[in-house]
Design a binder for this molecule. Structure first.
Ligand code: PMP
Length: 450
């Protein structure tokens, strides 16, 4: 490794950081992480903390998952790459597809299309949704509906269905025909509705209204995260997603579950769709599929959708889409090992128990710190703390405040993440009760430092 001073001085000289203004990273050196063990990371100054973020919601099994590391090393040695474009395949990816099929069978998802990450998975589902309708002779179904506050990655299709202006404005004009409905975000919504069940009804009415306005026959798909993640951990009321599913079915609109964060146990259920008892037409996955150790993703496809593609003899079902790294054997080997570990450790159980502990803990922090306006979570290890300048008016805090909390929490022993006015917590699913206490006391120190 290069010397510490070299790394700090040159951090942003020759690289642009994602989701960061270049001028900002030139001025403010980031935390340079140099090691990871268990659920802890170590920075270049030797400071060790519990990773309350789990990388980027993806390192579910922590940083020392030996079976995954060994599988990657062995596969690199045996076959480091081969494509699965027309005419070739590799053994690992076939085995993985069978394993994923078994894992997602309860969600009705029985085929896999492989990608290199979450944005690719979203793009794939959006495109296959349009193609599905074309095969069936409904080529007019080209539009997409989604939720405000939703996050669906940064490719142009994903950014177009994204519900946060921060990821859109600079890149407009985006894809035409993408329309957004209000998110079931109880703390702030245009209806001033504070009851989650009633708010769900209002958002569903807005969805029905938008479908009527656009014309059902023009809409290809509705995409949503079972629990909105990057938008600030917004779990919809339990009635919401099942009703969305019913509305989509009624109007022939495909339902895409963006499970890039929620699949593989994070919500305390094996998938977000299963948490709500929904069977989507597509589920987008990535992140924890390889525990973050290799860039990889999969779109899972429902049986009836698969049958339409597989039953077509007209040529319209040829998939003119795919990535050089679709089905990468090293990624597939990593995913196979991850899936085996995820099941062996039964991570959902720990995610649910530690998630409850974490959520109760942040509720207690709210009782002690007026800067906290809202806490959200309660389904596994996805929690957000929304900061406000004033609880009565819900006015946003000074922009510098969340980062100050984060810095102080980091010094006190936990990495947490800032997203707008929110502090986001999404630790590895294998953390212990004591690790959760470290995160909570570091956060407490973070708030006290204000
Ligand atoms: N969808 C969701 C729900 C996500 O949370 C993310 C990433 N945070 C993406 C898509 C995009 O994934 P990636 O960054 O791997 O492209």
């Amino acid at each position: 490794m290069k010397d510490e001073n070299f790394l700090k001085a040159n951090n942003a000289r020759s690289l642009w950081h994602p989701m960061t203004a270049p001028a900002d990273s030139l001025k403010n050196a980031p935390t340079i992480v140099t090691g990871g063990q268990g659920v802890r990371i170590t920075d270049i100054d030797g400071h060790e903390v519990v990773d309350g973020v789990g990388g980027l919601w993806n390192v579910n099994l922590g940083y020392s998952c030996q079976p995954v590391k060994a599988a990657i090393a062995a596969q690199l040695d045996r076959l480091p790459y081969y494509s699965i474009f027309r005419g070739t395949s590799n053994d690992c990816v076939i085995e993985l597809a069978e394993e994923l099929r078994a894992f997602f069978e309860p969600d009705g998802l029985t085929r896999a299309f492989f990608t290199s990450g979450g944005s690719d998975s979203v793009e794939t589902a959006l495109r296959l949704a349009r193609q599905y309708h074309k095969i069936r002779g409904e080529g007019g179904r080209v539009k997409y509906l989604s939720l405000k506050k939703g996050y669906h990655g940064t490719h142009t299709g994903g950014a177009s269905v994204n519900g946060n202006a921060n990821f859109r404005t600079a890149y407009e004009p985006l894809l035409p025909g993408c329309h957004h409905i209000p998110a079931p975000y109880t703390y702030r919504n245009p209806f001033n509705e504070t009851d989650p069940a009633r708010l769900a009804q209002l958002c569903l009415a807005a969805l029905e209204d938008e479908i009527a306005f656009q014309g059902a026959g023009t809409i290809a798909a509705f995409i949503m995260e079972p629990i909105l993640g990057a938008g600030g951990v917004i779990p919809p009321h339990e009635s919401f997603m099942p009703r969305v599913e019913a509305i989509c079915r009624k109007h022939g609109i495909l339902l895409i579950a963006d499970e890039v964060i929620t699949a593989f146990g994070r919500t305390g259920a094996w998938t977000g769709s299963r948490l709500w008892g929904v069977k989507p037409d597509f589920a987008c996955t990535a992140k924890a599929i390889t525990n973050g150790y290799f860039p990889f993703g999969a779109v899972m496809i429902a049986e009836p959708v698969a049958e339409v593609f597989e039953g077509d003899a007209s040529g319209k079902a040829a998939i003119g889409h795919g990535y050089t790294y679709s089905g990468h054997p090293v990624g597939a080997a990593a995913a196979l090992a991850c899936l085996a570990e995820t099941k062996r450790l039964n991570v959902v159980e720990n995610a649910a128990a530690r998630g409850t502990q974490l959520f109760r803990g942040v509720q207690e922090l709210m009782a002690r710190h007026d800067i906290i306006g809202d806490v959200r979570g309660g389904h596994g290890l996805m929690t957000a703390i929304e900061l406000v300048a004033d609880r009565a008016t819900k006015a946003a805090p000074d922009k510098a405040i969340p980062a100050r909390v984060q810095e102080a929490a980091y010094r006190a022993g936990a990495m947490v993440r800032v997203s707008g006015p929110n502090i986001i917590l999404s630790p590895p699913l294998v953390l212990t009760a004591a690790d959760v206490e470290v995160i909570l006391s570091a956060l407490d120190a973070g708030f006290r430092a204000l």
